[in-house]
Design a protein around this ligand. Structure first.
Ligand SMILES: Cc1cc2nc3c(=O)[nH]c(=O)nc-3n(C[C@H](O)[C@H](O)[C@H](O)COP(=O)(O)O)c2cc1C
Ligand code: SF4
Length: 551
């Protein structure tokens, strides 16, 4: 990343944002035209090549997106459900082939058949009502089950908005130190994958002197199979906003930025409406309740790039730079957005904060298991009898999630990909060894991640799934480091060659490849992909052996 470009982009602050301007410029044709790029380069004092470099990175800005009218979900859940090809065929009855693009996971994993048209997502039976969809008379809001097993923190209805924000008044009266202490007592850890305690990040940013600071909500939920952040944005947005406000107050941030993926258009609309509502109620703005603290929100619509979920790539993205992962240190809490102290947290992490402050850190810490305190949202895909979003106390056996929440599988399943594309591939034989918490998953050499579950049915070839994972990583790699940039593509070629041309894979070469990715990648995209691949090699060797040479 370039610190100079961060400064240049930051000159206009968040009010006029370069990345947002690129999205606006792309609206008419699907990609910004050359004149727009030239104007923006001049306005932001950046090189045209920098702006073009950004544009060419994103699925919804790059020139190849020109003229696309409808997008098919290419996420893992729609893949294993086998709905994508038929969906494309049906769409070809109403659209030219070159008008049909792809989007990565629309978060409709509970009923599959997902596609996006005219700024809205559809799934399930919608494809059979394409005329109504095109005429804009088909219902946009889908239905899926949600509920809690045990204590409900995140799925608990918030009730009347004004009363809910009494916690905000309480927080402003308590002062930052007392609030930070409660978060530390709660032991609240990040829900976006890494499980890092939020208290430490807020404290680090709080202790970094700067007039300008930011708290950023990472709502780029790119993990195919996960739609729990979407649930929170669309059903519990006030918990997310209040969490950001309290976090912002603790660290001294004047701005809360919500970076929401474009694949979730309804989430963006609902978030904007909620911000408007609390601005009218006087909960945000200047000198809130005469406290001397001022805070406001900015919503940024992402443009289709999985890597922007990685927190430093996300910051570069907001700055309008090409979203390459940044080398740490310095950490975002010291040099973050526009080089200012910034805390980035996941939607679910932030949504837990109001409970911690209203009920106390000890009440939160009393829920869960060991160092995994509180609850976790789990996303169940369409292979369950009752797919949906379930809140379970940390430590809940996986078998209970499957049987009690999901009411079992609706057809025979051989494995579950848990925690996104970089999570472990869990064979059904391991179900009884796992419970929903960070430690148990790690001890069994899997990853809790975002706790999304994508099922692989009995008939879905594991080799196809491995191919999909390499292809996904190759497409989403930011290109900053060679092990990931080259390794993902070489891995894809090897697997594809073995499948299509009987070119048996050399197992030593293959192991070298994934070991290099594992130890040599800068971030967890290249570094994390080998986990599910190794799981597949370990648990499904019978299926995979025919594709490998025997020495
Ligand atoms: C390739 C990659 C993708 C990621 N995607 C997301 C994401 O979509 N949402 C998220 O909250 N964190 C994601 N993360 C993790 C973030 O980098 C970061 O750890 C997180 O936003 C911090 O918030 P938390 O502490 O509340 O979890 C991703 C990390 C990597 C390496
Ligand atoms: S591992 Fe991949 S995504 Fe991460 S920095 Fe390297 S090239 Fe970029």
């Amino acid at each position: 990343m370039s610190k100079n470009l961060s400064e240049l982009s930051g000159r206009k602050g968040l009010e006029k944002n370069l990345f947002e301007e690129l999205g606006i410029a792309a609206r008419a044709a699907g990609t910004p035209n050359k004149e727009d790029i030239d104007i923006l380069a001049e306005e932001f004092l950046m090189g045209k090549a920098n702006i073009y470099g950004t544009t060419s990175f994103y699925d919804f800005l790059r020139p190849e997106n020109k003229g696309k009218k409808v997008y098919v979900c290419n996420g893992s859940a729609c893949l294993t459900a086998g709905t994508q090809n038929k969906l494309k065929e049906q769409l070809q009855g109403s659209f030219d082939a070159n008008e049909i693009g792809e989007m990565c996971c629309l978060g409709r994993c509970h009923e599959n058949n997902a596609f996006h048209v005219d700024g809205h997502n559809y799934s399930g039976d919608a494809i059979n009502h394409l005329k109504d969809v095109k005429d804009k008379v088909y219902p946009i809001q889908e239905k899926y089950h949600s509920g809690a097993l045990g204590k409900a923190i995140l799925t608990q209805p918030i009730g009347e908005v004004k009363s809910y924000y009494q916690t905000w008044e309480k927080a402003l009266n308590s002062g930052p130190d007392a609030l930070l202490a409660e978060l530390k007592i709660a032991g609240l850890r990040g829900r976006g994958g890494a499980g890092f305690p939020i208290g430490f990040k807020l404290e680090s940013a709080k202790n970094t002197p700067s007039k300008t600071k930011f708290i950023v909500c990472n709502a780029d939920e790119g993990d195919p199979g996960a739609y729990s952040d979407r649930y929170l944005l669309e059903e519990r947005i006030h918990s997310v906003l209040l969490g950001m406000m309290i976090g912002g107050y603790i660290m001294g941030a004047g701005w809360g930025v919500l970076y929401i993926r474009a694949e979730y258009p309804e989430s963006i609309t609902i978030t904007n409406q909620a911000i408007k509502e609390i601005r009218t109620l006087g909960f945000i703005g200047n000198d809130i309740f005469g406290s001397g603290f001022s805070f406001d929100f900015k919503v940024i619509s992402a443009q289709g790039a999985y890597i922007c979920g990685e927190e430093t790539a996300l910051l570069s993205s907001i700055e309008g730079q090409r979203p390459e992962v940044r080398v740490r240190p310095p950490y975002p809490t010291q040099h973050g957005l526009f080089n200012k102290p910034t805390v980035v947290n996941n939607v679910e992490t932030l949504a837990n904060i109001p409970f911690v402050i209203s009920e106390g850190g000890a009440a939160f810490a009393a829920i869960g298991k060991g160092k995994s305190t509180g609850t976790k949202l789990v996303s169940l895909d369409g292979f369950f009898n009752r797919p949906g979003i379930y809140e379970v106390e940390m430590g809940t056996p996986l078998s209970q999630v499957i049987d009690t929440c999901g009411m079992g599988f609706r057809s025979k399943v051989k494995a579950m990909h848990i925690g996104g594309p970089l999570g472990g591939l869990v064979p059904v034989s391991k179900i009884n060894d796992l419970s929903i918490d960070f430690e148990t998953f790690a001890s069994q050499k899997f990853l809790l991640g975002h706790a999304s579950i994508v099922c692989l049915p009995e008939g879905f070839p594991i080799i196809d799934y491995i191919e999909h994972l390499f292809q996904f990583t190759a497409h989403e790699s930011c290109g900053k480091c060679f092990p990931c940039r080259l390794g993902s593509t070489r891995g894809y070629e090897l697997v594809k060659g073995a499948k299509e041309n009987n070119a048996s894979i050399d197992p030593v070469l293959f192991d070298d490849l994934i070991t290099t990715m594992e130890i040599g990648s800068l971030c967890a995209l290249g570094g994390g992909l080998p986990l599910p691949i190794r799981n597949a090699l370990q648990y499904f060797s019978d299926e995979l052996n025919p594709y490998f040479q025997t020495h």
